[in-house]
Design a protein. Sequence first.
Length: 46
Amino acid sequence: VCVDRCTFEARKLEDGELVYDETHCFGCGLCVSTCPTETIKLIQRE
């Protein structure tokens, strides 16, 4: 569910593993708000 919600493809499954590409993440929080296990956290950088 969390992976499917990212329209920027920052998170995707490759060979059954979750891969995160921070260069594609815009910090919208859509993956965070839809993650049923609350596994993903959005941490603001300084």
